[in-house]
Design a protein around this ligand. Sequence first.
Ligand code: UDP
Ligand code: MG
Length: 317
Amino acid sequence: MKTVLKTITILIPAYNEEQVLPKLYERLKLLAENNVNYGFEFLFINDGSRDQTLEIIKDYSNIDSRVAFVNLSRNFGKETAMIAGLDHFSTDAAVIIDADLQDPPELIPEMIRYWEEGYDDIYARRTSRAGETWLKKITSSMFYRILQKSTRVPIQQDTGDFRLLDKRCVAALVELRESQRYTKGMFSWIGFKKKEILYSRDPRAAGTSKWNYLKLLDLAIEGITSFTTAPLRWSSVLGILISFMAFVYIVVIIVKTLLFGISVNGYPSIMAAILFLGGVQLLFLGIIGEYVGRIFNETKSRPLYFVEEFHRSDNKK
Ligand code: UDP
Ligand code: MG
């Protein structure tokens, strides 16, 4: 006689992933077969795909009672797709995984092992990033360094969203309702017992990445401004430094004028000062603008997403 199994939800945000879904589904089925001591739910979040993604997921859900899905009303982006999935979570633990098999499902049993040992958040850290350009690697490592310098919350470098979360982590995460989301930061922010495991990141199994550098820059700015107000501090400090230097320079000019009289040269230095200060002011206006923009977006307090359709079969295997 079997006791009630602990159930784990595999949470998969999917946007135009028709090419990889069959491979992913095979690997997930294999995962469930190899871990019969647990119940599994495969919760797909269709993030407004324009291809056959939703139809494929629906086909699976017709033949497999473990497959559940949330169909969002449009494309909201992965960050929002993840919170939509977490909102529909109802089991003992969740594993967030990319649809493109860059996160190997074969790592999940190891995560489960640590979960049973009492860890709440077991995240996979990548040791290699096959299939990614050196530019992406360098910019990514620079970003992590800047972010870590600007906050006291420990940031997990080279860690994606691929992780197992105990249900109490999920309960914490769904309470964070900000509309401009930087989920990676939230994982760190909520705390709980964390455990790192290592893996080498595979290249995409099929299809193309939905990211480009503009989107990455966007996410980087999002990450910093949603996580810390340190840039505002930096701008104040730099402002004080520049003002101080300017003050010293003014004193020098006055003394020089008193001693040697007025001279008309000095045009280059004036231009340099004006241009420099103008640039610095614009930069800091931009930084302040980022935060004002965030305030604007949050004060609208709109729902994060809309669900077009939700399916979960009641008689789980
Ligand atoms: N994704 C999503 N909504 C989007 C973009 C991406 O749900 O607007 C999903 C995508 O289907 C995949 C995951 O997020 O499961 C990671 O996307 P991708 O592989 O394009 O990003 P990368 O691995 O290159 O960072
Ligand atoms: Mg990918």
